[in-house]
Design a protein around this ligand. Structure first.
Ligand SMILES: [Mg+2]
Length: 323
């Protein structure tokens, strides 16, 4: 039986400015880095970055699971982590896959950058060919559509914009947005997609809207787990899907499901460390197309510099989990 020494360390990364979320102010991203070592002395690192308000387990539950495993864990124990602990599945699954494979050289990829919500988006300098994301459904629609028109007046060549409603629109508002997007896209395709216009369970309605308008619709909240991806695919969803691998379960399962259903994938972040972003790029990216990934987030952290750290160096800076 494959047996590994397990070590767990905890990290806390403060945001430069607290993030406003629909669940309140978020000041510090905390999570776990796990280290597996086999009898041959080969090492694999993984990250457990739960986000309970997006449907994963809490950090406390992930810690409780790890404590029960310490100091040794078997491959079987890892493969049997229940689906109620998707971030733990991902982190230990990642460490297992990386055993004996050092971090490969970082690859460059096209990131989507999150613009500040509301009128502040008008002040951000943009670059040609960039991909940007802007949250909508936060202020009045008339106001947001006016800001959008203003923003697009000095829009750089080849840049794309994703509009993310986080499920906050109703049918009438979704139609109004799609009409505007279709009109804006007529001369030059600028709006890459409208993301999650309706609440998570209204996938058939979003499929119908997608059939009626030319601006593509992407699902995000509707595809919280790989179970949802399979379910909605069986119910007829064909389109773009935002997947947050760090809370979506075992890497192996994510690859399998996305390939099986032929999902047009956009990888997205739950504010995990660059270690995991590199892993996703190297181990999961091959199952996706070439859409920009939603990892343009590292500048939100005080320690944006941890970007360049090798896994061993990041590990060395962290305190162990107290047992
Ligand atoms: Mg989204």
């Amino acid at each position: 039986m494959d047996c590994y020494r397990l070590e767990v360390r905890i990290y806390q990364r403060p945001f430069r400015m607290p993030l406003q979320t629909s669940h309140g102010r978020w000041q510090v991203r905390d999570g776990l880095i796990v280290r597996l070592e086999n009898r041959a002395g080969q090492v694999g690192f993984g990250e457990i970055a739960p986000l309970s308000w997006l449907g994963s387990e809490s950090l406390e539950r992930a810690i409780a699971f790890c404590r029960r495993c310490l100091p040794m864990v078997t491959a079987e124990q890892i493969m049997q982590i229940p689906d109620t602990l998707p971030a733990t599945q991902f982190g230990l699954g990642m460490a297992l896959e990386r055993l004996g494979h050092g971090a490969r050289s970082p690859i460059t990829w096209n990131c989507s950058h999150l613009l500040p919500t509301g009128v502040a988006a008008l002040q951000v300098p943009l670059v040609p060919g960039g991909t940007y994301k802007w949250k909508i459904g936060v202020q009045s629609r008339q106001q947001e559509q006016q800001w959008l028109q203003e923003r697009l007046q000095d829009w750089p060549l080849g840049a794309k914009l994703r509009l993310d409603a986080n499920g906050g629109l109703d049918q009438a508002a979704a139609i109004a947005w799609l009409q505007v997007c279709d009109r804006l896209n007529q001369s030059t395709p600028v709006i890459e997609f409208l993301e999650q216009p309706l609440p998570a369970d209204q996938v058939p309605q979003m499929q119908q809207l997608g059939d009626r308008y030319t601006t593509p619709i992407a699902l995000d909240e509707s595809l919280a787990t790989m179970h949802h991806v399979r379910h909605w695919h069986q119910q007829g969803w064909r389109g773009i899907g935002v997947v947050k691998p760090a809370i979506a379960g075992f890497p192996q399962t994510i690859r399998q499901v996305c390939t099986d259903v032929g999902l047009d994938v956009v990888w997205s972040s739950v504010f995990e460390t660059p270690m995991t972003q590199r892993f996703i790029a190297q181990h999961l990216a091959p199952v996706a197309g070439d859409r920009a990934v939603g990892f343009g987030i590292n500048h939100w952290f005080v320690d944006a510099g941890c970007h360049g750290l090798e896994d061993e160096d990041l590990w060395a800076t962290l305190p162990p989990l107290r047992t």
